[in-house]
Design a protein around this ligand. Structure first.
Ligand code: HMG
Ligand code: MG
Length: 306
């Protein structure tokens, strides 16, 4: 059942950087994206077309997309909560767009200022317009394994949103553990609900490592045959509306685990570590990724010997 090849969607430039308090210059974001492409990332969630008042860090969305030296075969996606966002994303050349709902009413209100039903009604024309433009729509469901406002979340609550997403024609179902409190059996339980409505190829996992469970949860998903995961270079990120949620699982950690299991990703780990070191330098801190820390320490030790 374990897949031989896994697709990693690199979400660092969006999900990672959206949470940074200091405004990162667009040129440095572009450099990060170019390095990620060079490392072999083929799916990159680069930015969000959301209200700049809500998420100021993503206000340079169009400028960022225009500045990337796009390599053939790399798909760029962006978050689009409404038609205004979709129109701007299409004009900027997004290959894929993401509509994002929550499994709980409380998180939906804090994140996108409306109820779950209202969010679905708002996404319906976004999906239609994206499809009319030949653009695929991924759906992300936040807080599927715990919510900072509600607490525990049941698989029934998650399935309800999966069904609503499916009903408006969303092509792909991303299950997110925004809070990072999920554990492997719980992760499998929600994935099984998503798999009742979406084919294996259109279900993905998005795990935060706040409680150190992300790799275990990814392994549990691999055991169900799931072959697509979001990950964030250097472990960047969190969510501005989920206090206490630290980074997304680090791409380097996921790549190390997958390659160790003989699973292909198409990503060159050393070049990915370079990208992690680059953005960490910009942010003035060490990468959160365990693998980057270990490999950078090994590189430093080798330098000393020379
Ligand atoms: P609202 O205030 O209810 O909407 O926000 P509104 O329609 O009344 O608009 C308010 C203002 O925003 C207006 O401007 C609009 O023009 C503008 P004003 O007239 O006041 O000057 N506006 C926009 N501007 C640019 N692009 C747009 C856009 N839409 C409206 N697309 C809204 C509703 C959804 C817009 C707002 O709540 C919002 O932008 N939220 C974004 C939240 C967000 O990006 N959160 C982080 C991403 S989700 C996440 O991190 C979780 C996930 O990664 C999974 C995980 O990590 O676990 C997916
Ligand atoms: Mg995230």
């Amino acid at each position: 059942m374990i897949p031989e090849r896994v697709t990693l969607v690199e979400v660092g430039p969006r999900d990672g950087l959206q949470n940074e308090a200091q405004l990162i210059p667009t040129a440095q974001k572009i450099e990060l994206v170019n390095r990620l492409q060079a490392a072999g990332c083929r799916e990159i969630e680069v930015t969000s077309f959301v209200s700049p008042k809500w998420v100021p860090q993503m206000a340079d969305n169009a400028e960022l997309m225009a500045g990337i030296a796009r390599r053939p075969g790399v798909r760029f996606s962006a978050l689009t909560p409404n038609l205004k966002g979709l129109e701007a994303a299409l004009a900027a050349g997004a290959d894929e767009v993401v509509v994002f709902a929550a499994a709980t009413e409380a998180f939906s209100r804090r994140n996108i200022n409306c109820s779950i039903e209202e969010s679905i009604a708002r996404f319906a024309p976004v999906v239609q317009a994206a499809h009319a433009a030949g653009v695929k729509v991924r759906g992300a469901i936040s807080c599927t394994l715990g919510c900072p406002y509600q607490g525990a979340v049941s698989p029934d609550e998650v399935e309800r949103v999966v069904v609503l997403m499916k009903g408006i024609g969303v092509d792909h179902c991303g299950i997110a553990d925004t809070l990072g409190t999920g554990t492997p059996r719980a992760a499998q339980a929600v994935m099984e609900r998503a798999l009742k409505h979406y084919p294996l190829a259109e279900v993905s996992g998005h795990f935060h490592d706040t409680y150190g469970q992300a790799l275990a949860n990814i392994l549990a998903c691999l055991q169900l045959g799931i072959a697509s995961f979001d990950a964030s270079v250097a472990g960047l990120g969190g969510c501005p509306y989920a206090k206490g949620a630290t980074g997304n699982v680090a791409t380097e950690d996921v790549v190390f685990m997958l390659h160790g299991m003989g699973i292909e990703t198409g990503i060159a780990l050393d070049a990915l570590v370079d990208a992690a070191a680059y953005i960490s330098g910009v942010l003035g801190r060490a990468p959160v990724a365990r693998v980057s820390r270990a490999l950078l320490a090994r590189r430093a030790a080798a330098q000393e010997v020379r």
